[in-house]
Every structure is written in C-alpha cells, then in structure tokens.
Write a protein that binds this ligand. Structure first.
Ligand code: SAH
Length: 412
C-alpha cells in the first residue's frame, strides 16, 4: 500500500451479502427436484416475485407501489412512505424504515428487497478526492470518484463495466467491454454515498466514469430520471452532465429529453485525422457529424480535451480547436493527461497547457484548465480497477489465494 503515499488511506469494507434470489428462479445451486417443483407450481398464482424498485424511475415505482398497496388493502399513504425510502431518505434495508409497521417491513423484504453495491475499496486522496470500487453481484467491478470543491461535491459515475471504445489514453478502454449497467447499478453509486453519510450527498453528477453512457441509453435514460426527479435523488438537471465521444443515436435520444441536462463531448482532437489516431470511434461517428449533432442539442455544450504531448497540443491545434469551439459557442475543458491511464503517452507540460489555453482565450473561447485531482489514487477513468486486478493477479500467483485484495487490512 505504501506505493500510494502517506496521504492515502485505503479502507477495505466488509463484503455485503449477495442479493436474495427470486423464489421462482432456478439458479446454479438449484437441484433437479427443485426445478421440477418450481415448474409444477409455476402455474399457481400468488407466489410473490421479488422486484427491484431501485431499477424503476420514480414514476414507475410509485405506480407499482400504489397498485401493491391497494392489492394488500393498506392505506394509500403507505405507497408514498415506501417510495421515500428508495431515494429521498434511503434505508439500507427495510428493517430501518421504522415509520412502517414491522409486519409490512418483513413483507417488503420479501417482495421488494433493496439491493446494494458492495464497497470493495475506498481510497482517499490527499486533496479530498475519494475513489470507490464497487463490486456487483456477478463479480464485475465499477468505479466512482467523489470530488469535493467548496460547497460542491461532484460525483463521477460509471455507466458500463469496462468500455468498448479503446481510446488510446484511457485505462477503461484497455480492459475492454464487460457489460451494460442496470439503472440501479448506475444510481446506486449515488445511493451508497448517501446511505454512508447523508451530508455527503453529491450536488453534481458527471457521467465520466467507466463506460460510454450513450451506448447504454435505456439504463442511462432511466438513471437520469432517478437522479433528477423530486421523488428520486432530486439533483437539478443543470447539475447532471452526460459525457460522450459522440454516439449519434444516443445524442438524438438525449436531446429529446425536455430537462436541461448538460452535454459534454470528448473531442480530444481538432481534426478528424488526429482524432482517428486517438479514438477508433471516429471511424463510425466522425467529428463533423458529432459537431452537427451537438449543434442540434440547442444547449451550451462542453468540449473535453485531454492534452497529450506532441499529439494534440500544438499552436495550430489550439487555433483549429478555437474555431470549432466558437462555431458551437462551446466551453473547452482542458484536462491534463492522467499518466496512469496511458503509460506510453506523455502528458503536455504545465507551461504548454497554460499557453494553449491562453491562445484559446485570445480567440474569444472560454477555456478552463481542470486541476488534475486524485493523482495519488489513480483517479482517472478505470485506473483503480486495473490497479486492484493487477494486485490480485500478483497475489494470486504468489499465494494461489482468491480475492486477496478484498481482505487486505486497513493501512495508513
Ligand atoms: N465515454 C465517455 C465517458 C467516460 S470517459 C466519454 O468518453 O466522454 C470521461 C472522460 O475521462 C473523457 O472525456 C476523458 O477526457 C477522461 N479520461 C479518460 N482517461 C483519461 C486520462 N488518462 N487522463 C485524463 N482524462 C482521461
């Protein structure tokens, strides 16, 4: 652990129990007799099937609860009380919802169990940035990064396990695509933080963790509703940013949402030929078509621009980027390359980044150089999972033990 430096505290939390399985689902531990039994009873009604309310938008969850409460002859106000416990005043389990009668809580446990994300690893950087590695029930792992800044707490969340895009500078791209996240697995990253400490509820959300959100639109669509809805997490739409390389069908669907959500385009290069060397997606959705789709968004967009020495940081690059930004009225977010994401690439020097952003400003473009946060904890996209898996691999080959990282002790 000393490699992380003294400023870093690594906590490894206890694993949470796996989700209860639906009583009608035959799983790997189900014997042939049970399968036979289940198929015999499957025609009978009134066997409750567990349902994950946290995967539903607040409107869908309210509808499901109103129906369920009516079917059970409960007073109608119970639906609102139960709904509040999903996102607004969340509970770890129904046992904690002490405003509800004990018998109802026991029933809710069976019918609507509340799943969790397992906090496998939490890393605290010297600059206050905190990085979480969440374990999912199928063994996948995803990351979130909480970045405090004054009264703002921005949470960077993942939308996929792994990523198919293979951008040259990105650690997640290296691990390849694993699977899409469900709406709950996306919004659960926020819920877990609120459960841990309601005072730390994020004020801003950016979809800049693992994965490409617009390649998982159905889940991201539902997640946006959960994040923004007053019966959900109630985070203002202007405080929620979806970041994309420019997946055109997803951009069109996102533009149709009526709320004022923000769009960030990972541009990273001012010309198509340069972009192609960094981002294979350029072949499918070229720079010009992405810019056109961003214009159709009709709200101010942000360009993200990661600065890589000798690749995209010349004066000519600044001038061409300036032209594109002026055309769209876009804000440019300049990101110093996080070295952990791309050991074979060189970050642009601080002096050069300053000159580059000055040159943009001289063209009338609003350009902000983002401070590199959490440098000591590999806070760029995908790096913690890569690091943990590397350690696991090394420990496995030494001791033959499984999951040794998860049981590592607290270090300071
Ligand atoms: N797929 C989406 C969202 C995930 S990546 C997208 O590409 O926008 C979010 C941001 O992480 C990207 O814009 C990229 O700038 C940043 N990123 C990835 N690897 C990085 C690295 N090594 N250094 C700095 N930023 C990085």
């Amino acid at each position: 652990m000393t490699e992380w430096g003294n400023a870093l505290v690594e906590l490894t939390l206890a694993y949470l129990p796996p989700l209860p399985r639906s009583p009608l689902k035959a799983g790997p531990e189900t014997g042939p007799e049970e399968v036979l039994f289940f198929s015999m009873i499957s025609s009978l009604p009134a066997i409750p099937t567990a349902r994950n309310l946290l995967d539903l938008t607040p409107d869908q969850a309210r509808k499901a609860l109103v129906e369920w409460v009516a079917e059970h002859g409960l007073p109608s106000y119970r639906a609102g009380q139960i709904l509040r416990r999903l996102w607004q005043a969340p509970v770890e389990s129904w046992k904690q919802a002490t405003d509800l009668p004990a018998a109802l809580r026991a029933e809710l446990d069976q019918v609507f169990p509340l799943p969790r994300l397992a906090a496998d690893t939490i890393q605290q950087s010297g600059d206050g940035t905190r990085k979480f590695l969440w374990g999912l029930t199928d063994g996948e792992a995803i990351e979130s990064v909480l970045i405090p800044s004054g009264s703002r707490r921005t949470l960077c969340i993942s939308s996929q396990a792994g990523c198919a895009l293979k951008c040259s500078f990105c650690a997640t791209g290296r691990m390849g695509f694993r699977r899409n996240l469900t709406p709950f697995e996306i919004t659960g990253q926020v819920r877990e933080i609120v459960l841990h400490n309601p005072e730390e509820k994020p004020t801003n959300i950016v979809f800049m963790g693992m994965g490409e959100p617009l390649l998982n639109w159905p889940s991201v669509d539902a997640a946006l509703s959960i994040l923004n809805h007053p019966d959900g997490l109630g985070i203002g739409a202007r405080h929620i940013t979806v970041s994309t390389v420019g997946i055109l069908p997803g951009m069109e669907a996102f533009a149709r949402r009526p709320e004022q959500f923000r769009l960030a385009i990972s541009l990273h290069a001012p010309t198509s030929s340069q972009r192609l060397t960094m981002m294979p997606i350029e072949k499918k959705y070229g720079l010009e078509s992405v810019l056109k789709a961003a214009e159709a968004f009709r709200k101010r967009v942000t360009f993200e621009y990661v600065m890589i020495g000798g690749v995209n940081d010349s004066e000519a690059d600044a001038d061409q980027l300036g032209r594109l930004a002026r055309r769209l009225g876009a804000l440019v977010n300049i990101l110093p390359l996080h070295p952990g994401g791309a050991p074979d690439l060189t970050p642009t020097t601080a002096n050069r980044i300053r000159a580059f952003s000055e040159r943009l400003r001289n063209q009338g473009v609003e350009a902000v150089v983002r401070r590199s946060r959490g440098l000591d904890i590999n806070a760029a996209c995908g790096q913690l999972r890569v690091e943990v898996e590397k350690k696991r691999g090394a420990e496995k080959s030494v001791s033959g033990k499984r999951d040794s990282t998860r049981s590592s002790s607290r270090t300071q």
